[in-house]
Design a protein around this ligand. Structure first.
Ligand SMILES: Cc1ncc(C[n+]2csc(CCOP(=O)(O)OP(=O)(O)O)c2C)c(N)n1
Ligand code: SF4
Ligand SMILES: [Mg+2]
Length: 304
């Protein structure tokens, strides 16, 4: 965000309580600073809400609402309905007319416990941006597995490795036929900024799924957090793609696709997968990654 003298104003203060190397703050900062218009944020509980808003402090320099774990999309939906009513009655100032609505939460909140509330907000055509900070587990409460936890990843509730595939959240949101559903990572700043900016400019519900590394529970070196996210894209584990008005587009195709080990090897949660006796599991994960990417390619090639 810039002021009248074109000087950048940060909308998220430093000094919050996220762990060193956590990539959620950088993702949130990029979103909040992607536009100049006022933004009202509703935050589901989880690491972001707890660490940015420890009472009586908050790192947010913009209006921010603490909601429950499950109902952040409904809170923003209600606010947006109020805003629309006030606009109709000509009760908004010129600045208030520019307000954008943002709902944020982790994968536990968005993909699991708040899933139906989000689906409802999309169906009601709420004019807001809905964001998932996907760190692949319920991290704030000690790394329990979520529906976003990848196959074979070790968590506190699946210590020997999760046996189920990840829920394809971005694709499911696109299936709601909303104007814009996309995924990116906290390390792909330009892609994230451009997608957030586009989403805020669109009238109608938009969804952004952002892969965010969690050094505490992925058990990686905090200094390598962003590097690991880049490997997620270079291995096709987490392709950058968007679905705009039904048109699928992969934003970055690796020139030379790396094997999945390149993403796994710096995270201790996958240590067991790299043991020779688990080679067959590693092959299964690679097959799943390849199949998912081929499915995306097929969607991109569909004529609209
Ligand atoms: C209905 C309900 N169930 C459980 C909790 C406890 N709880 C608070 S945060 C959290 C985990 C959040 O996970 P996620 O949404 O993925 O965010 P993260 O902490 O990983 O960023 C849980 C289980 C709660 N607050 N409310
Ligand atoms: S537990 Fe993970 S997601 Fe939560 S603040 Fe720490 S590094 Fe970030
Ligand atoms: Mg999470």
């Amino acid at each position: 965000m810039t002021n009248s003298k074109n000087k950048t104003i940060e909308r998220l203060a430093s000094g919050h309580r996220m762990c060193p190397g956590c990539s959620i703050p950088v993702a949130l900062k990029t979103i909040l600073n992607s536009i100049d218009d006022p933004i009202i944020t509703s935050n589901a509980t989880g690491c972001s809400e707890i660490c940015f808003g420890m009472y009586p402090f908050t790192a947010f320099k913009t209006p921010w609402i603490h909601s429950l774990f499950e109902n952040s999309p409904s809170v923003i939906s209600g606010l947006e309905a109020l805003w629309k009513a006030k606009k109709r009655k000509k009760q908004l100032s010129a600045q208030e007319k520019k307000i954008k609505f943002l709902s944020i939460g982790g994968d536990g909140a968005v993909s699991d416990i708040g899933f139906q509330w989000l689906s409802g907000a999309l169906e009601r055509n709420t004019n807001a941006l809905f964001v998932c900070f996907d760190n692949e587990g319920f991290m704030n409460t000690g790394n329990q597995r979520s529906s976003s936890t990848p196959l074979f990843s070790s968590t506190s509730t699946s210590p020997s490795g999760k046996l189920n595939q990840r829920k394809p959240l971005t694709e499911i949101m696109a299936a709601h036929k909303i104007p814009f559903s996309a995924q990116t990572t906290a390390a792909h700043f330009a892609d994230l900024k451009q997608k957030a900016k586009k989403a805020f400019s669109i009238t109608g519900p938009c969804f952004l799924n952002i892969l965010c590394s969690c050094p505490t529970n992925w058990k990686n070196n905090p200094q390598e957090s962003l590097e690991i996210l880049k490997k997620a894209v270079e291995t096709n584990f987490w392709p950058l793609f968007e679905v705009e008005n039904g048109k699928w587009k992969i934003n970055q195709k690796p020139i030379k696709k790396l094997p999945i080990e390149e993403f796994l090897k710096k995270q201790k949660r996958f240590n067991h997968l790299l043991k020779p006796e688990n080679k067959v599991l590693l092959q299964k994960l690679q097959q799943e990654v390849d199949q998912n990417f081929n499915d995306l390619l097929a969607m991109e090639n569909l004529k609209k």
